[in-house]
Design a protein around this ligand. Structure first.
Ligand code: UD1
Ligand code: CA
Length: 503
């Protein structure tokens, strides 16, 4: 029922000694003040996706090379991977230089190391594990993840020898026309022996079109050394797609979403319109749930079996339990109990907890509000800082007046309470079990159990006011006509009974 792929089976010792993520690049093509690796899709940053793909390797050391926008990247890293070490690459002199800075920061690391570009958000744990396993099985010094793609534009090409072995990686701008025609590309994901990589990095030049130190040259140098190198072709070429600008970000987001929805549908979830349904990789949905068109599930949202969400509903960090329904609503940090119903057109804010079978109907806003089992808030109300017991009914247009301009206060409503329409509940206030409030009341003091609270001024009718003060208006004409009809009816009655009334 979890939308995410399952992690690789745990082994006894970590598959690699360290994971190094290259994430110092400017990301100029994003044209953003946000560093590239912090752009998000499917509920995680680019960096978050890469770290998640490497997570099952259980490397003892994770190094993230930061540079452009490093304060932001470091702050994000502290949140999502507090154990990772951020290493600063002061000047962005290329991916090879970045790798060298990273390995210099962890001089004790030896054995296999995974190096991965920070902008590969579709990379899956299974693909990384397969690469590491291929590397281990072949006993290579370096293995590069590759893919056969239809359009290799802008990517490094994999050059193989007559024996099929990988010989070099050539960047497009440095490639010959023959090399450009190659469609096997470098994914920017490598696993290699730390000592071999260090030795080659010490020798890379800047002899290329960009004048940068390319990590990709490590491969050619190791080939020249006579060291065994290999290429592992990814099963799904989508896995290796990078993300350099906003168009690519949108395409990657779509691909990621398609994968999440595929998994959900395979596990028994009905997705009515995959084109307009967006589910983060961090969400889960139970079997027989229905996601109607225009549904967005974000963050830690978990939807239970048989629940219905949508159409046109956004749930962020929510729990929707089995059999509940949420229609055309926007909910943040809300817990919606089994068989509860929400919407259409409601706004549930953090701290909202609906018990089993509770109802929050149309045009209702809730915040820090517990609505007890079977209780109803059917129409046009604001419920803030409240506890509502079981079986209560909150009349239309009721406001829980929780804010006195300085502090927030709580309202407690007992079991089986009937709050009349348009009641103002001025907190702090308690309405006891089984009590009623009269429609239009402003409740400022506690109501004992079973009492009827009436807190409104008595009605006074000023007879003939419209005829006197608004004469000649349609209202006055209507009133006069009604008076004439009433008088005529009275006359008919008096004739019938033989009495006479003077008009
Ligand atoms: C790189 C590869 C290319 C491969 C492609 C896959 C090189 C030279 N080329 O190209 O063969 O096909 O990825 O997507 O590596 N970085 C730093 N510091 C730097 C420069 C880069 O940390 O000084 C990081 C970037 O943040 C990025 C990664 O290294 O995560 C790759 O850099 P990028 O500029 O995106 O390389 P590409 O041109 O995409
Ligand atoms: Ca890139």
């Amino acid at each position: 029922m979890i939308a995410q792929e399952s992690p690789a089976a745990p082994s006894t010792s970590p598959a690699v000694a360290a994971v190094v993520v290259l994430a110092a690049g400017q990301g100029t093509r994003m044209r953003s003040t946000t560093p590239k690796v912090l752009h998000t899709l499917g509920g995680r940053s680019l960096l978050g996706h890469v770290l998640a793909a490497a997570e099952p390797l259980r490397a003892g050391t994770t190094v993230v090379v930061v540079g452009a926008g490093r304060d932001q990247v470091e702050a994000h890293l502290a949140e999502i991977a507090p154990g990772a070490l951020a290493v600063v690459q002061e000047e962005q002199r290329g991916s090879g230089h970045a790798a060298a800075v990273a390995l210099d920061a962890v001089p004790d690391i030896e054995g296999p190391v995974l190096l991965v570009n920070g902008d590969a958000p579709l990379l899956r744990a299974t693909t990384v594990s397969a690469l590491v396993e291929a590397h281990r099985a072949a006993g290579s010094a370096l293995t590069v993840l590759t893919a056969e793609v239809d359009d290799p534009t802008g990517l490094g090409r994999i050059v193989r020898g007559a024996d099929g072995g990988v010989r070099a990686i050539v960047e497009e701008r440095d490639a010959t026309p023959e090399q450009r025609a190659l469609r096997e590309i470098n994914a920017g994901v490598y696993v290699g022996d730390a000592a071999s990589i260090r030795s080659a990095l010490g020798r890379i030049s800047t002899d290329n079109d960009q004048g940068e130190q390319y990590f990709t040259d490590v491969l050619g140098l190791l080939v020249a050394d006579g060291a065994p190198v290999g290429g592992h072709v990814a099963e799904d070429p989508d896995d290796v797609l990078g993300c350099n600008d906003r168009r690519e970000l949108a395409f990657r987001r779509r691909t990621l979403n398609d994968r999440v929805l595929d998994d959900l549908m395979r596990s028994g979830v009905t997705v009515v319109d995959p084109q307009t349904t967006w589910v983060d990789v961090t969400c889960s949905v139970g079997a027989d749930a229905v996601l109607e068109p225009g549904t967005q599930l974000q963050g830690t949202t978990a939807v239970g079996g048989g629940a219905v969400v949508g159409p046109d509903t956004t749930l962020v960090d929510c729990v929707v339990e089995d059999g509940a329904s949420v229609v055309r609503s926007h909910c943040l940090g809300a817990q919606i109990g089994p068989d509860a119903t929400v919407g259409p057109f409601s706004y549930l804010r953090p701290g909202t907890r609906l018990a089993r079978g509770a109802k929050v109907g149309a045009f209702v806003e809730t915040k820090n509000a517990e609505v007890g089992e079977g209780s109803k808030v059917p129409h046009l109300s604001y419920v803030g800082d409240a506890t509502i017991g079981r079986g209560a009914n909150i009349g239309a247009a009721t406001v829980f007046v929780n804010y006195d301009g300085v502090a927030k206060h709580r309202t407690t409503i007992g079991d089986q309470v009937r709050v009349g329409s348009d009641t103002m509940l001025v907190a702090p206030v308690t309405v006891g079990d089984g009590a009623y409030t009269a429609a239009g009341s402003v409740i400022t003091s506690d109501v004992p159990p079973g009492a009827m609270a009436v807190a409104r001024s008595p009605q006074r009718n000023v007879g003939g006011w419209v005829r006197r003060r608004r004469s000649g208006t349609p209202a006055a004409e209507a009133a006069e006509a009604a008076e004439r009809r009433a008088a005529a009816a009275a006359e008919d009655r008096s004739e019938a009974t033989g009495t006479h009334t003077d008009t």
